[in-house]
Ligand binder design. Structure first.
Ligand SMILES: [Zn+2]
Ligand SMILES: [Zn+2]
Length: 556
């Protein structure tokens, strides 16, 4: 064992004790020891205990710990600290720019326990409200976190998008005579993916020469060529002939369950098709778009009738769920509204954070009055465009909303969301959610599970019970379109649609650029077969006004 390896045990111990706010003198003795051991030229593992104990700044107590490390490759005191530290906090230690003091704030004050959640908090501009963080350090942390997460293997759909665009461009330029398509999980519009599948008719020599010229690392697998670039993201190249091209793309763009059912269909014979449509015609099934090739049951439906047209990005008529500088947003209400109007939206629902969200500068009662005055003035200026008065009201521990009824009555729409104490049992989560849903002021249930893709699972819930309660109380279920949330999970939207609950694709925009996130909500909503008529944010302005009237009638 090298001296520097032994020193690392003490460095980590010092950091963890610092994070757990232990005695500063003890911490200092361990960090000093790490420094001394790292500089020592004579190998520690060759030393007698007496020699060890005699090293300046080491002594018997630390000397014994060094012996323990050499003999067992372990340090029990360190293990104790590792055990009482969440895995995500241990990960943060590895990130550039995050020292123990900052980690304590992140963990104890922001209550963040994973790297992905921390990145989301940076994107939401939340760190700058805390001591020790400025805009610059928040940006540095955000960059370091992005770098770190990109080397973990899984990527959000949105993160892969720009790669796909540049890949499509290069393929069109370099191989104009070949056929290429991005298939697999990307074509199925899954919310996150581990690799990209490309189906191509490029010859193996041309492809490998081109990839090698771009310094990709290549590996031959059974059915594809795997390639990885500097970012470590894997692209799988499925080489095929022109005859088999559509079939190869088809099988890659189906879930295993879907494909198994397909293979059992009568009439299915060859693998050579002139286009995608012909694959469906051969077995007498109406066309099923790739995003909907998930459950086997859809084949049965499509064999009887054409599938209804699903929602498109252009079907989003208004921005529901947005934050301004009144809470933790980047732009003023006027900037947000003007941008929404110019982008062709008919209305903007401003729903800043409520008073419990102190970390996000949530609104106290007096500030609500001031905000509403501002909205009234802007509405005169921007007509016929409308800004609706809304709030993202925190669902408290007992499931109540964090304003009394007389304040809630001032809002056109109340979005109820859980932001605190996310670690809870299903029983507790359901109690909070069901209480909030049955509150007559609640119009929309915001990000129903609190999940953050690739970083936080979200609290456990019973989806059917949520849907039932929303039906009973005329509450809309949000499909939070932030590419890291996409919450409610599209897999449960079908349940909601069966019960006639409205879904709302909401960007949760914290800046003007956030409006564009609606697209990610639409992409997963298409997977669930959501139609525009079943989506609240596709309501026209008159329909939205009617909806609000109806919601207000519910309050009396
Ligand atoms: Zn929220
Ligand atoms: Zn929000």
């Amino acid at each position: 064992m090298h001296n520097y390896e032994i020193a690392e045990y003490f460095t980590l111990l010092g950091k963890l004790m610092d994070i757990h706010e232990e005695n500063p003198f003890k911490i200092k003795s361990y960090t000093n020891a790490a420094y001394t051991l790292d500089k020592l030229t004579e190998p520690l593992s060759d030393m007698q205990p007496s020699q060890l104990f005699a090293i300046r700044g080491i002594g018997e107590a630390i000397g014994k710990k060094i012996l323990e490390i050499i003999q067992t490759q372990k340090l029990s005191l360190l293990d104790e600290y590792i055990q009482k530290t969440p895995a995500g906090i241990l990960e943060m230690i590895k990130i550039k720019g995050l020292g123990p003091k900052k980690i304590i704030t992140i963990w104890k004050e922001l209550e963040i326990e994973s790297v992905g959640e921390l990145l989301y908090a940076c994107e939401e501009n939340r760190l700058i409200n805390y001591k020790g963080f400025g805009a610059k350090s928040q940006q540095n942390i955000q960059e370091a976190l992005t770098f770190y997460l990109q080397h973990q293997g899984s990527y959000l759909y949105q993160e892969v998008e720009s790669l796909v665009e540049s890949l499509q461009k290069s393929l069109a330029n370099e191989f104009a005579n070949s056929k290429n398509i991005i298939s697999g999980a990307f074509k199925r519009q899954l919310e996150s993916l581990d690799f990209l599948d490309v189906v191509t008719t490029i010859s193996v020599t041309d492809l490998t020469t081109w990839l090698q010229s771009k310094s990709f690392k290549l590996e031959n697998k059974d059915t594809y060529i795997s390639c990885k670039g500097e970012d470590n993201f894997e692209i799988r190249w499925h080489l095929t002939t022109t005859e088999n091209y559509f079939w190869t793309d088809f099988i890659l763009s189906c879930s295993p369950e879907f494909l198994e059912k397909w293979a059992s269909l009568p009439n299915f014979s060859n693998i050579s098709f002139p286009n995608e449509q012909a694959i469906f015609e051969q077995v007498g099934v109406h066309f099923i778009p790739a995003p909907q090739r998930e459950l086997a049951a859809i084949i049965e439906i499509a064999s009887k009738k054409a599938l209804p047209a699903t929602i498109q990005v252009a079907d989003i008529k208004g921005i529901i769920h947005s934050h301004s500088t009144w809470s933790d947003g980047i732009h003023t209400i006027e900037q947000m509204a003007t941008a929404a109007k110019n982008a062709g939206y008919e209305y903007l629902i401003i729903s800043d954070h409520s008073k419990s969200a102190f970390y996000a500068n949530g609104l106290q009662a007096d500030r609500i009055i001031a905000q509403h005055k501002e909205i009234d003035i802007l509405n005169k200026k921007l007509a016929p465009f409308v800004i609706f008065k809304s709030i993202e009201s925190d669902i408290l521990n007992d499931g109540s909303l964090d304003y009394p009824d007389e304040i809630l009555a001032n809002f056109d729409i109340v979005i109820a969301s859980i932001h605190s104490n996310l670690k809870m049992t299903e029983e507790k989560a359901m109690m909070r959610l069901l209480n909030a849903i049955s509150n007559p002021y609640t119009s929309i249930l915001g990000h129903p599970t609190g999940r953050l893709l690739l970083s936080r699972k979200g609290y456990p819930v019973k989806h059917q019970a949520i849907v039932d309660a929303c039906v009973e109380n005329n509450v809309v279920i949000e499909l939070n379109a932030h590419p890291r949330r996409l919450d409610i999970d599209w897999r449960f939207i079908e349940t909601a649609l069966k019960s006639d609950v409205l879904i709302s694709v909401d960007p949760d925009a914290h800046a003007i650029e956030g409006f564009d996130d609606c697209k990610y909500g639409v992409l997963v909503a298409q997977k669930a077969g959501l139609c525009a008529a079943q989506n609240l944010s596709s309501f026209s302005l008159p329909e939205m006004m009617e909806f609000i009237e109806y919601q207000q009638a519910k309050r009396n």
